[in-house]
Design a protein around this ligand. Sequence first.
Ligand SMILES: C[S@@+](CC[C@H](N)C(=O)[O-])C[C@H]1O[C@@H](n2cnc3c(N)ncnc32)[C@H](O)[C@@H]1O
Length: 247
Amino acid sequence: MLEGYAPGYGQDALSMMSSRSAVDRAAFAHPLVEPGACVVDLGCGPGSITASLAPLAKVVGVDIHLPVLPVGSAVDFVAATAYALPFATGSVDVVFSHALFEHLANPGAALTEIRRILRPGGKLALSTSDWSRAKIRPRTANVDAALRGHYLLRRRAGGDPFAGRNVGAWVAAAGFSGITERTRFREDLSYRSLALYVESRLAEALSGPPAKDHDQLTSAARSAWSWTRTAAVGDFHQCWQEVTATR
Ligand SMILES: C[S@@+](CC[C@H](N)C(=O)[O-])C[C@H]1O[C@@H](n2cnc3c(N)ncnc32)[C@H](O)[C@@H]1O
């Protein structure tokens, strides 16, 4: 499977990520971080969560694509893939990762690599979304059809839109112990912004060369168009599965 990254690096995706802060998103990881610890934020994106972990520890943000490097930040940023991390074996105290595993084609390989860089007793803290449990209301036939197109784009890029419900099992299979899991619901976007986001992603996918799922995407894009024009008000709470574990 050729891995891509479905949300892309457009302004809508970047501003959604920039509004995330460590206070809430990384709160489950804070008890694992001892003063002066070496922490890696894997799939750090624009670094908004990474920067707010910095007062606690020495933090390195890692991402396959670093479009915006925060100026004067206390954090180091490194461009690398989750499958080949530029850290010595057993050299890291904590690996934190928010909203990455749902985009990986081979989460098991990434977890093996994380396990390699963690010291014995080192900690893992992953937060992964699960669209199958997201609260989206009202949920008309058009909303469902548009979301199916959205999931198709995720899978086409190699990811798993329902990763949150599997991530605990992946962590166990990679050999971690002391696994804890907790489910959180957050309003990542307003209902209307979600509809506009899904519509724009589908339109962008259709502007490229026709693929084998072109008809399915065209139909989903029509549904997304109807969604954005008929149901402006509603509720969207994304489901986040937070997993902690020990190397
Ligand atoms: C949804 S963003 C999350 C960013 C940030 N952690 C947050 O929650 O705001 C996912 C990030 O993972 C990065 N990414 C995707 N595949 C990756 C890989 N194989 N290795 C490292 N980073 C990857 C993307 O470039 C993107 O910045």
